[in-house]
Design a protein around this ligand. Structure first.
Ligand SMILES: Nc1ncnc2c1ncn2[C@@H]1O[C@H](COP(=O)(O)OP(=O)(O)O)[C@@H](O)[C@H]1O
Ligand SMILES: [Mg+2]
Length: 227
């Protein structure tokens, strides 16, 4: 039986050098996300949310501490195996939509399937675009879509591979407040339908009510209460 994915980050420390000074952005951050769980992580701008998301998603090695996915130590894998794990098991949604401008929505959503060599890319992409309410926009290019529609395409692209875990970094940061709400509701319901776990990081406290669990990044650690 597939018991889904459990992502765990233990005592993560990450510093950046800034001139002569060293800034310790993450200072023993510990977090666990269970299969199918929607976790929202809050923190002010500059608190290290993006850094933590990158470390947990296998994109940036911490100075110390560990990240494991169902017991596999992510940073003990070779670069090639780690990037294969990301492509197969994770979906990503960022503030900037990162769509390819020369391709239609339908083609953009097929890209991760092409990369994985999966069959029926076109049919699967069309299904997911329909799920995010864009059946009537499939053949449009990004420039012909609103910001909210572009982010829905990015949501479809993140979910089309049926990832076990979705990482969303300020996904509504580039949207006005009315399209932000509809995009966020779309994201949460599509992720819940797919039964993926999700880490959503944001500085906007409004989205907490959508979560199973709310956490706070404070002084480089993950806390269950705001300061
Ligand atoms: N690659 C980097 N090099 C140097 N400093 C960085 C780098 N990435 C992030 N920082 C610094 O780390 C701190 C946290 O950044 P970030 O994780 O982006 O925070 P948040 O996403 O919460 O706004 C900031 O002070 C930022 O300037
Ligand atoms: Mg950030």
């Amino acid at each position: 039986m597939d018991t889904g994915l459990i992502l765990s980050g233990e005592k993560i420390v990450k510093s950046y050098r800034s001139g002569d000074a060293t800034i310790r952005v993450l200072d023993g951050a510990t977090i666990t996300i269970s299969a199918g769980e929607m976790v929202v992580l809050f923190g002010p701008s500059g608190s290290g949310k993006t850094t933590l998301l990158h470390v947990l998603a296998g994109l940036e090695q911490p100075d110390s501490g560990s990240v494991s996915v169902n017991g596999t130590d992510v940073y003990s894998l070779s670069d090639a195996r780690r990037s294969r794990m990301r492509r197969e098991q994770f979906g990503f949604i960022f503030q900037s939509f990162n769509l390819l401008s020369s391709m239609s929505a339908l083609e953009n959503v097929q890209i991760p399937l092409w990369t994985l060599g999966r069959k029926n890319a076109r049919g699967l992409a069309a299904q997911v675009l329909e799920r995010v309410g864009l059946a009537h926009r499939m053949h449009h290019r990004p420039a012909e879509l609103s910001g909210g529609e572009q982010q829905r395409v990015a949501i479809a692209r993140a979910l089309v591979t049926q990832p076990k875990m979705v990482f969303a970094d300020e996904p509504t940061g580039n949207l006005d407040s009315s399209s932000a709400s509809s995009v966020m509701n779309c994201l949460v319901s599509a992720v819940r339908d797919s039964n993926a776990g999700c880490l959503l990081v944001t500085h906007n406290a409004q989205w907490g009510e959508l979560a199973d669990r709310v956490l706070y990044l404070i002084d480089g650690r993950v806390e269950v209460e705001p300061k």
